[in-house]
Design a protein around this ligand. Structure first.
Ligand code: PBG
Length: 324
């Protein structure tokens, strides 16, 4: 009997060496970015109630979380901050003495071969919890927000960020931030833009972690509509035109189709963000005994790579790197 090629391939795959040789997609520690939450104070590692296993770190204790990650091959960190004060404009976002800026300085001074990214947004810094400038009638003013974001990005770059990651989703923010960085002589600082950031239920646990739940309303006015894939792609490609260096797709798991479509439209590097709700979904399934920890985590994150993302932002980065 003549064997069909496909059938022979299946038999050949019984050879473990060949199986290994033919692996198309890999997930390696170098692909992972660990998000970190930094807070004011000293000697603190406060558990985040909505995200067991994730902590608010005071800057002095960062080595405890950064060093094990580096030891396993994770080289990049994405910073979120809890400021020591909030106001209407979110001015702590561009205060060089706030936790994110202090963390960036500390790591830049003390570690080699790492890559530091600062999340650039206003919602952690404003009393109202929205991602930008709030007008008297309770709307987020797009253009006035660009000014605030630009100041935040410049401050983060000065403190030592290799890249800033605007997550606010205002129109024109990438271009505005690029212009501000260049104007300040910070043209070596890159922009990793949240290009495809959908209005998602999966950010639920994060709102606790960064204490940034909007005091009223929601973010649907400025985040992208999940049911409009064409609009999402169009919007993401605008960030490319404005000068983004790397694009983020967020959340990752529920939007693998978006990642794959975007991959077909741009040759820029892409990052998938496995967000707080995905973290808790996986943790809960593992704790319930419904999902094998090692195999489940590997399969879930490898899917993000297979969809076309070069990098993966994940709260599991250190643990995953240990499994790889
Ligand atoms: C703030 C921001 C959010 C996340 C990252 N940056 C929250 C939001 O947009 O509501 C979510 C990250 C996560 O859920 O892990 N703009």
């Amino acid at each position: 009997m003549v064997g069909f090629p496909a059938v022979r391939m299946r038999r050949l795959r019984e050879n473990a060496t060949l199986r290994d040789m033919l692996t198309e997609v890999t997930l390696e520690p170098r692909h992972l970015i660990l998000p970190l939450f930094v807070c004011p104070g000293e000697g603190l590692a406060n558990p985040i109630p909505s995200m067991p296993g994730v902590f608010h770190w005071s800057v002095d204790r960062l080595p405890e979380v950064v060093e094990p990650a580096i030891a396993r091959g994770v080289r990049s960190f994405l910073f979120f901050g809890l400021p020591s004060y909030k106001d209407h404009e979110g001015s702590a976002a561009f205060d060089l003495e706030q936790p994110v800026q202090r963390a960036l300085r500390l790591l830049r001074e003390n570690y080699r071969d790492i890559f530091l990214i600062a999340d650039t947004c206003m919602c952690e810094y404003t009393t109202h919890g929205h991602c930008g400038h709030l007008t008297e009638d309770g709307r987020v003013d797009n253009d006035q927000t660009l000014e605030l974001l630009s100041r935040a990005a410049v401050s983060q770059a000065r403190a030592g960020a290799h890249m800033v990651a605007p997550s606010d989703m205002m129109d024109g923010r990438v271009g505005a931030i690029r212009a501000a960085l260049d104007f300040e002589g910070l043209s070596d600082t890159g922009i990793m833009s949240y290009a495809a950031k959908q209005a998602s239920a999966f950010y639920g646990p994060f709102r606790d972690a960064a204490s940034c739940a909007p005091a009223f309303g929601d973010r649907r006015g400025y985040q992208l509509p999940p049911m409009n894939p064409r609009e999402i792609i169009r919007d993401a490609l605008m960030d490319v035109d404005e000068g983004a260096d790397i694009l983020i797709v967020k959340p990752a798991g529920p939007y693998l189709d978006i990642a794959a479509r975007l991959r077909a439209k741009t040759n820029l590097p892409m990052t998938g963000y496995v967000v707080s709700g995905e973290y808790m979904m996986l943790q809960t399934a593992i704790t319930a005994g419904a999902l094998d920890r090692a195999r489940g985590l590997l399969e879930y994150h490898a899917a993000v790579r297979r969809a076309g993302c070069d990098l993966v932002i994940t709260y599991f980065a250190t643990e995953l790197a240990g499994l790889l």
